[in-house]
Design a binder for this molecule. Structure first.
Ligand code: HEC
Ligand code: HEC
Length: 392
């Protein structure tokens, strides 16, 4: 009798739980209106590697001062082959997927919630709220010339863009979908996806491969190379102020060493075959002495991806945990804040065995910041091809 009562109570509780869950699902899954797409697809497929990046990550033809520590090796890089797989219909589907909240379990967040065009596809926050309001432990990464990358994520844990793009969908904090199959059938039921899949792949079928391919096409078309710095390379930097020129000289100097890590046309890790950060143990990462003990060890030993500095003025806060709010704070870290972590990059260790102090004066610090601000590509922020097609 007692058992039967328990059972009854248990069943009633389960029923209540199920009812509550349904109500939650109904409440949290608003209808998604169809995206507003152009009559003719925008052009994504003609995406060209800008001349200063052509031939790979590091370009032999880059005309800059002799004293710049640039690696001039021509390497066919990471995911650049994806750029030749782009079709206008495929990237258009990718654009819709990127901004569609249906990619999360409760229709709460899209890729574009944490990667926002006005912030060069970062999001301006230290951590980012996922589908259930829980925060990501790491800072949302700016999506910057992502096809040029050999290594993805702050800990460089993945190399393939196609493998990477579907990870957030099933991530327990970010989008929380049970599986790519569940997502595929969810999308197949909507009115607007079957024709988009048909245009992109020849039939309306929705599956994991196609979702990954479309997202990859969209992201690979996002090439950013239209900054004041890029124009400066063409005109001998006559467009630079004295302060910016001073910052440029410092950035590429052996004293400040910035360009020995943030290198090449993408200002990111020299991590091609044979490059100093290209070894399997480093994979484009370094320890820059943020802490003596790291809460998050990244790739291990407090090593994190050496990120591109393109559009850096737009992507605050900075570092894997978003600890610095301004570029001034970042420069001050390199100037005087480096900690003697046991795995600190040898470059930062002085002859006395202690972390080096750059001893930059106030003018030099502001010059470095002024230079970093020349790496912003305003056109990317306004490019309608990369904007959110959903009217909200
Ligand atoms: C809840 C916020 C959030 C959502 C939603 C989200 N991301 Fe991210 N994204 C991040 C964070 C945080 C990282 C860094 C994660 C890490 O290093 O572990 C990241 C990293 C990335 C990177 C790596 C960039 C690089 O240079 O290594 C790419 C590309 C990316 N996301 C694309 C996407 C795509 C595509 C989607 C949608 C399918 C998506 N993100 C959804 C927060 C988010
Ligand atoms: C030994 C290699 C190395 C050197 C030298 C170096 N950096 Fe970095 N930089 C990194 C790594 C690694 C990170 C990410 C660290 C993290 O998040 O834990 C980083 C992060 C940054 C960031 C923040 C990027 C973001 O998206 O949050 C900026 C800005 C930056 N560096 C500027 C500079 C400047 C300016 C110099 C020269 C004064 C410099 N770096 C020298 C490796 C280096």
């Amino acid at each position: 009798m007692k058992n039967a009562l328990y059972l009854l109570r248990w069943q009633m509780l389960s029923l209540l739980a199920i009812l509550a869950a349904c109500e939650l699902a109904v409440e949290k899954a608003p209808e998604i209106a169809a995206p507003d797409l152009p009559g003719e697809f925008y052009n994504y497929s003609d995406v060209e590697m800008p001349p200063q990046m052509a031939g790979g990550f590091f370009n032999g033809g880059m005309v800059i001062d002799n004293n710049m520590l640039i690696n001039f090796v021509d390497v066919p890089v990471g995911n650049t082959f994806e750029m030749s797989n782009i079709t206008d219909a495929g990237a258009t589907l990718g654009r819709v997927l990127f901004y569609d909240r249906q990619l999360s379990i409760n229709n709460a967040v899209a890729c574009g919630s944490c990667h926002r065009q006005e912030f060069a596809f970062a999001d301006g926050q230290t951590g980012s709220p996922g589908f259930g309001g829980k925060m990501t432990p790491r800072n949302s990464m700016a999506i910057v010339n992502v096809a040029l990358n050999n290594n993805l994520f702050w800990d460089s844990r993945l190399a393939s863009l196609r493998e990477m793009v579907i990870q957030p969908v099933q991530n327990h904090i970010e989008m929380g979908m049970e599986s790519m199959d569940v997502l595929s059938s969810k999308l197949a039921k909507s009115d607007f996806y079957p024709p988009l899949f048909e245009a992109a792949f020849g039939s309306p079928e929705v599956n994991e491969d196609r979702i990954a391919s479309a997202l990859t096409q969209f992201l690979s078309a996002m090439i950013t190379a239209n900054s004041k710095f890029d124009h400066g390379q063409e005109n001998g930097f006559v467009n630079f102020s004295e302060l910016e020129k001073m910052g440029k000289a410092l950035f590429f100097s052996e004293r400040a060493m910035c360009s020995s890590c943030h290198s090449g046309a993408n200002f990111s890790a020299p991590d091609g075959p044979g490059d100093p950060y290209g070894t399997p143990t480093l994979k484009g990462t370094a320890n820059i002495g943020l802490d003596l003990v790291y809460k998050d060890n990244g790739k291990g030993e407090g090593q994190f991806k050496i990120p591109s500095l393109r559009n850096i003025a737009l992507t605050a806060p900075y570092m894997h945990d978003g600890r610095f709010n301004t570029l001034e704070e970042v420069v001050e870290h390199y100037n005087s804040g480096i900690q003697a972590h046991r795995n600190l990059d040898p470059k930062f260790i002085g002859p006395d065995g202690n972390p080096k102090r750059l001893e930059l004066n106030a003018l030099e610090k502001s010059a470095l910041v002024a230079f970093l601000k020349t790496l912003t590509d305003e056109e990317l922020l306004r490019d309608i091809r990369f904007s959110d097609p959903f009217q909200r």
